[in-house]
Write a protein that binds this ligand. Sequence first.
Ligand code: GA4
Length: 361
Amino acid sequence: MVVPTTTPVRQDTVAPPPPPPPSSHGGIPTVDMSAPGSRGALSRQVARACAEQGFFRAVNHGVPPAPGARLDAATAAFFALPPRDKQRAGPPSPLGYGCRSIGFSGDAGELEYLLLHANPAAVAHRARSIDTDDPSRFSSVVNEYVGAVRQLACEILDLLGEGLGLKDPRSFSKLITDADSDSLLRINHYPTACTIHKLDHECQCKMKSNVRTKNGNVVNPSAGARIGFGEHSDPQIISLLRANDVNGLQVLLPNSNGKEVWIKVPADPSAFFVNVGDLLQALTNGKLVSVRHRVIASTCRPRLSTIYFAAPPLHARISALPETITAGSPSRYRPFTWAEYKKTMYSLRLSHSRLDLFHVG
Ligand code: GA4
């Protein structure tokens, strides 16, 4: 009789192979969206990056460069306008043109920006104050970009749904393709140190480097680094950022000793940087993590970044998907609507860990 030297393994008990570790870009996981290999391996790779870092660089993502280049040209032309012309699109309410001031609680950064609702009717309305010569040209440039980036966001969310083994892998993407989706597009311009001072002077922007809150506290002391956009997590489902070749983005990640450290993200204009938002953390019962990040403005080169914040409709009810709840990991957050979450976030400072307020127990 021949005695087998190893116990045969039954095929149906074999666990799927672990995902290949994403390659690294200065410590930042990189996912090649067009790499040869199975969709299963790709979905596990995306899920792993979103669970471990809440952040990754997507390369070979399939979004053609032309819509981004057209949007960059249109927004750079806007930021080059005299301050008085830009102010026609402001002040931010929170949408519109903003200079230094962020939100309503006294936060500020070394930047100017355009914050737009991503739906075409809202874009058309806002375009009238942004491109007074040809608003419909500006709208079509924005809509074309949003269409292309939303498609990539859906693809990433579907891969996440598959990687997490959801019964309906489209659960996440359905929230952002809803006609009433509350997604936003933000274009941030971080001018050089001397340009922003000129801007302050010309637009008589009351916000200087030290900004005081209602109770008189200094909230953005400019000791050392120029804080372009202070530490925060994105509230929505997922964010896709594309920027020019100027560094500045940093993410807060645990090092090999488990201590959280700021990691500099090397610029890559051809890539999208993807980060998990608070809602995705809540929907997955904390399996995916919403990463804290910030931008340090360069003193000598202007940074231009465009971020698509994919969000559900205001009335969408956010609660952990059943597949993410087990006896050992009960529901961590109480259900809430996106409208309720938005109201809370606008009452708080940028750096607040607002999802903690929805934690049960
Ligand atoms: C951070 C992510 C997005 O830029 C943003 C920001 C929003 C705003 O600028 O109006 C907020 C901030 C962001 C979270 C807390 C609140 C709201 C400023 C602020 C202090 C557009 C978003 O959705 O949330």
